[in-house]
Design a binder for this molecule. Structure first.
Ligand code: ATP
Ligand code: MG
Length: 419
């Protein structure tokens, strides 16, 4: 039986790879404009990093990780997200001792054992950014601006930015208790996952996707009513900054991160255009994560942006990614000497950046020309013994059929000027 790609994974074939290259190039470009440096971390890490960095009470750690024991009997996990590895590298490289803040961006596959559906894969891909080392809300605003700017450049204007504050270690315990008091009488009616969240991570119940649970939490107390002065000031300032930047947003008390090391700002860019998996980008502040992973007491803020969901949205918007790249020149040859001459010419042209192709399948001339047509080559030259000895080539424009005589040195000029 023929083998298939594992469930929840997808091949990107050459016809689609251009779309990925396009968003990757644009994201790298905007991150450089905003002063972020790229970070690349290993595809797997010690399981312990994610237990600490994502949190033992999260869905990810409890049921979604690809964890395995390596041959040295160490527990390893394929990275389910990009923030904890970035934090680990920040600590390990001692970049925390340099001038702060530190600004990283990344582009990475992530692995989560989830139920596959549109916009939800087991191997998926994320862009992300992190700013470490500052409490200033300006950093929160800067990453939101980056995400907004990027999504706008990708032609997406119908996303809604939702923001919230999840408080801090001062004010959240008071709120957590109020929330548990509210939920306790409904405990039996909650879904099984939320029942288990009740003690450890009750805020996660607020963003449960079950409609029954949504109905129950509709009237639950909200964190915003419990913020301490410091958190309230931060929340007011982020709203002011976003307004000053001209970035529209709504406040949504249901957006949570729900772990002790996540603090203050939480945000999502959401759409209802690509089905149930509408969160394209999610992020927030995590003032205790670096310490939790074994580093100094330093704050951080960041986001993750799902590339599959972004592409779904762009495709739905009819985004023009540009077609598949076709050869600028196809070199056909007749005979052994011409073949040797042609491979030499091909190499020279490619060195100069020309998208030049030849048949590597031993076709006869007719077959080569058919193949050139199939590839969509803009120009062709046919090289035989006469061309090799005279150094005069006939360049044919495949669209107009027009033919001109050129020397090999004039080829580029003619192709580029007329093409
Ligand atoms: P969701 O609520 O949709 O499960 P999440 O809170 O688990 O999202 P994050 O961990 O914040 O997501 O990841 C950031 C982004 O990565 C999401 O906003 C989404 O665009 C994308 N993402 C997360 N999980 C998947 C997945 N299984 N398949 C495809 N994209 C995903
Ligand atoms: Mg998830």
């Amino acid at each position: 039986m023929a083998l298939k790609a594992p469930k929840g994974t997808r091949d990107v074939m050459p016809g689609d790879a251009g779309k990925w290259q396009y968003i990757e190039k644009e994201f790298a470009c905007i991150c450089s404009e905003y002063g972020f440096g790229e970070i690349r971390t290993p595809m797997f890490e010690s399981t312990d990093l994610f237990n600490r960095g994502v949190g033992e009470t999260t869905d990810i750690v409890q049921k979604e990780m690809y964890t395995f024991e390596d041959l040295g009997h160490r527990s390893m996990t394929l990275k389910p997200e990009g923030t904890s590895p970035a934090v680990r590298a920040f600590i390990e490289s001692r970049e925390y001792a340099e001038t702060q803040p530190t600004k990283y961006w990344y582009n990475t596959p992530c692995f989560r054992y989830e139920k596959p559906q549109a916009g939800r894969m087991r191997e998926f891909h994320q862009f992300g950014v992190e700013i470490f080392g500052t409490h200033s809300v300006m950093a929160d605003a800067e990453i939101i601006a980056l995400a907004h700017d990027f999504l706008t450049r990708m032609g997406i204007t119908d996303l809604e930015l939702k923001i919230n504050s999840v408080g801090c270690r001062e004010c959240r315990p008071v709120y957590k208790k109020a929330l548990q008091d509210f939920l306790r009488p409904h405990l039996d009616e909650l879904c099984d996952t939320c029942k288990s969240r009740f003690e450890t991570n009750p805020m996660r119940i607020l963003d449960c996707k079950s409609p029954e649970d949504q109905e129950i939490v509709k009237d639950a107390p909200v964190m915003l009513d419990y913020l301490c002065d410091d958190c309230r000031e931060s929340f007011e300032e982020i709203k002011k900054l976003l307004t000053a930047m001209g970035i529209p947003f709504t406040v949504d008390e249901r957006i949570v991160r729900g772990l002790d090391y996540y603090t203050k700002t939480a945000f999502e860019f959401v759409t209802n255009k690509i089905g149930a998996q509408g969160t394209v980008c999610g992020g927030g502040r995590y003032d205790h994560l670096i310490e939790e992973v074994g580093g100094p007491d330093m704050p951080g803020v960041g986001f993750g942006l799902g590339k599959e969901r972004l592409l779904l949205l762009m495709e739905q918007n009819g985004h023009q990614f540009g077609g598949k790249e076709t050869p600028e020149l196809f070199i056909a040859y007749i005979g052994e000497d011409a073949k040797m001459y042609s491979v030499g010419l091909l190499g020279k042209l490619r060195k100069q950046g020309v998208r030049a192709s030849m048949d590597v399948h031993g076709r006869n001339l007719k077959g080569q020309m058919k193949y050139a047509n199939k590839l969509g080559a803009a120009y062709t030259v046919v090289i035989g013994d006469d061309e090799v000895s005279s150094g005069q080539l006939t360049l044919k424009n495949m669209e107009t059929g027009e033919q001109i005589n050129v020397t090999p040195d004039q080829l580029i000029d003619k192709i580029r000027r007329e093409g």
